[in-house]
Design a protein around this ligand. Structure first.
Ligand SMILES: *Cc1c(COP(=O)(O)O)cnc(C)c1O
Length: 240
């Protein structure tokens, strides 16, 4: 059952989550997203059975925000699932996910990038990462300040890390009903992404991760090619 709080928060999508299964939600979303936009099904806090339901509907990319939870689920679910770390990552926890993670969306410091590189070397692999940019009004959200990141990229320091590959940018917009505010934030991130692409970040710098349940349509309009969607697929999360 959907709570009033959920309906108020996300509005009416024209289909009722409680009347459809997780697999139907996946199929519906995939049908709606334009070609070239990758769906990351955000499964944090949901049990492995829910992930399997999405898997059986064809979903292969899942996003988690806690390293130990991701490691545990990776251990018990099919091996062809591609795991994305989307939440704030502490350096001392990189080791849990380094052997298998496909993409880390939330790299917010040189220190974290260095540790991902170190763990990637240890595992004999290369790990793809996105740099998280702080675009929201809220102060609590993580990520690089855009000016800081421009300076960091211009300095080329990341090139020293041979086992990480910079694949693009990620951002979380302000949680608000003000669509123009959100559009402005996504647009600024898109412009930053374009600027880095133009400055020769290489052919693999191709991923712009923005958009969640409440704002993914706006994000896609603004040029996102990777959306991270949880509650619209799995139902409202219970953090308690
Ligand atoms: C939880 C989370 C999401 C998914 O949020 P929904 O609103 O449930 O779609 C997306 N991105 C990040 C970084 C998250 O932590």
């Amino acid at each position: 059952m959907l709570s009033d709080k959920f309906n108020k928060k996300y509005g009416n999508f024209g289909f009722r989550l409680d009347a459809m299964g997780i697999g139907d939600n996946i199929i519906k979303l995939k049908g709606e997203l334009p070609e070239g936009v990758e769906l990351v099904a955000v499964s944090k806090t949901y049990p492995s059975e829910d992930i399997l339901e999405a898997y059986e509907a064809g979903q292969r990319v899942f996003g988690e925000s806690r390293p130990q939870e991701m490691k545990a689920k990776h251990g018990e679910l099919p091996g062809d699932i591609r795991w994305h770390m989307i939440g704030h990552l502490q350096t001392n926890k990189v080791k849990y996910i380094a052997p298998f993670v496909e993409l880390v969306h939330s790299v917010d410091s040189d220190r974290l990038l260095a540790e991902i590189d170190r763990q990637a070397v240890r595992c004999g692999r290369t790990i793809d990462v996105l740099l998280e940019v702080h675009i929201a009004r809220e102060e609590s959200k993580h990520g690089w300040d855009a000016e800081e990141l421009k300076a960091y990229m211009a300095a080329g320091s990341a090139a020293a890390y041979g086992n990480v590959r910079l694949r693009g940018l990620m951002g979380i917009a302000t949680y608000t009903e003000d669509a123009e505010q959100v559009r402005g934030e996504f647009t600024r991130l898109r412009e930053l992404f374009d600027r880095f692409c133009a400055n020769g970040c290489g052919p693999r710098f191709d991923t712009l991760s923005m958009g969640m349940t409440g704002d993914y349509r706006l994000a896609v309009e603004c040029g996102s090619n990777m959306v991270r969607i949880g509650s619209l697929i799995f139902g409202e999360r219970d953090y308690a």
